[in-house]
Design a protein. Structure first.
Length: 339
């Protein structure tokens, strides 16, 4: 809180400060914080710059309906805005909103994920090299989300058991997935260079790393330990937007995202390809190989098996494994056409 120099009293924190404080107390990610602040600002401007404490369910419904009707946003975008405003009123203003009966929900279309064939994956990876190849190989070979790959710590790579422990994944859950044998030697060589960088940082007095939640207070020296370092550190130091501390963070997500996009173009792949396409391909290829869907669910970290089942719709076996009647009679017609 700020002190008022005229009255000597303590002024309550501003709205966005309250929002950020509530988000950080719950250990939400910086991306979530930025997203929630963005939607709260848009809501305030939409409502004529009135304070949300003066508004309620009617104004929130009007804003969300505007997004769906006038802006024609996707269902995920409207849900994002809804989550931000529900959080604002419940956690920051302590005024939970009632059920929004008049809300027009944007429809979420049922889409099948884009999946690469095994040959397309090979061609894509062949157009990557160095750290980008290593990261893309983990996205495909271990089914990692991009953020999970970026946030990998040295201690979470287990070469003996050939596994990766994914910490604080989607939904704040941990899980274990495989470490592909094809990356082991190159990953070990990569970590030799990363450790040398760590030692140079330690010698220059910049050897600490960001730690999750309150671990820095509980274990003050952990930030300087090799095991807590990012597997894929940035080439330069950057300032932590929350604390203002200058330190080495992990590489920025565009580092690998743009590399994958360029590799897909170079490989002549006409499908839309992103980093997440490699995760989709991982799941589909495991199911094609006959692995149990529950096993694939655990490797992906899905809370519900119904999420994993979407990959059964894109298996490389035609329409759900059913042979087309055209194919069934193709041989007969072909022989008849030849005569």
């Amino acid at each position: 809180m700020d002190n008022d120099p005229n009255t000597g009293t303590t002024k309550p924190p501003r709205l966005l400060e309250q929002l950020r404080d509530a988000i950080r107390r719950r250990h939400y990610s910086l991306r979530t914080e930025e997203t929630y602040v963005h939607w709260v600002k848009r809501f305030i401007y939409f409502s004529g710059k009135r304070h949300p404490a003066e508004l309620g369910a009617v104004e929130v419904t009007a804003f969300l309906n505007y997004l769906a009707r006038e802006r024609d946003v996707a269902a995920a975008t409207q849900n994002q805005a809804l989550s931000a405003l529900l959080f604002l009123y419940k956690e920051a203003l302590a005024r939970p909103l009632p059920w929004l009966d008049e809300l027009d929900r944007a429809r979420r279309p049922a889409r099948v994920p884009t999946v690469l064939t095994k040959d397309e994956v090979r061609r894509l990876l062949a157009n990557l090299e160095g750290t980008r190849w290593l990261m893309a190989s983990l996205l495909y070979g271990a089914g990692l989300r991009l953020r999970e790959c970026l946030k990998l710590r040295v201690k979470d790579i287990d070469f003996e058991y050939r596994q990766i422990v994914v910490r604080d994944g989607k939904g704040a859950k941990d899980r274990v997935t495989m470490l592909p044998a094809a990356v082991v030697e190159l990953l070990k060589a990569h970590l030799v260079h990363v450790k040398a960088l760590h030692e140079r940082d330690m010698a220059s007095g910049r050897g600490d790393v960001e730690l999750p939640h309150a671990l820095a207070r509980k274990y003050p020296r952990a930030a300087y330990q090799w095991g807590w370092k990012f597997v894929f550190p940035s080439h330069k130091l950057s300032t932590d937007p929350r604390t203002g501390v200058l330190r080495r963070h992990h590489v920025y997500e565009n580092y690998v995202a743009r590399g994958v996009a360029r590799a897909a173009r170079a490989a002549g792949i006409v499908k839309p390809v992103s980093c997440h396409t490699l995760r989709h391909s991982f799941a589909t290829h495991l199911l094609e190989a006959g692995y149990d869907i529950r096993t694939v669910q655990e490797l992906l970290g899905h809370a519900d098996v119904s999420t994993t089942m979407i990959y059964t719709h894109v298996l490389n076996r035609g329409g759900r494994g059913v042979a087309s009647p055209l194919d069934a009679g193709a041989a007969t017609r072909a022989s008849g056409a030849a005569t």
